[in-house]
Design a protein around this ligand. Structure first.
Ligand SMILES: [Zn+2]
Length: 135
């Protein structure tokens, strides 16, 4: 079984999980769509992902690459990643980013913005008004 088939199986398995187990209610992050070229990976729907997260591609990319432990580059709507990555691994990293930089801890809404004050950054929720420092 090649890598693509494996990813497809994982995607299908994930789709079968009931909505309430996946959590985060109405907020849906698109699953990554991947293309492999040599030993590298392209996320071909990268633009849809950062748009859904409502963050700039630059911010998302810098954190994402750090947590993935690789280097990469924006190429139009795609993100080029050095190395081969499986879809489920990348989806998890995106979820982690969303939890830390997008979703409000108090009310679970994705309607937040990042506010900078001096050297500190806060996640400000426009839905419930909560404000938490981002570590
Ligand atoms: Zn909130």
């Amino acid at each position: 079984m090649d890598l693509k088939d494996y990813d497809k199986l994982l995607d299908e398995a994930y789709e079968k999980i009931p909505e309430d187990v996946k959590g985060t209610s109405r907020f849906e992050i698109p699953k990554v769509k991947l293309r492999y070229e040599g030993k590298n990976t392209y996320i071909t729907n990268f633009n849809r992902i950062y748009q859904a997260l409502n963050r700039s591609p630059k911010h998302f990319m810098s954190i994402f690459l750090k947590t993935a432990g690789t280097r990469g580059k924006l190429r139009g709507n795609q993100l080029f990643l050095m190395g081969e990555y499986k879809a489920n691994v990348l989806n998890k990293l995106i979820k982690k980013y969303a939890k830390q930089y997008v979703i409000c801890d108090v009310c679970n809404a994705p309607d937040t913005k990042i506010v900078k004050e001096g050297k500190k950054q806060f996640l400000q929720c426009t839905a419930c008004g909560a404000r938490e420092e981002i570590e």
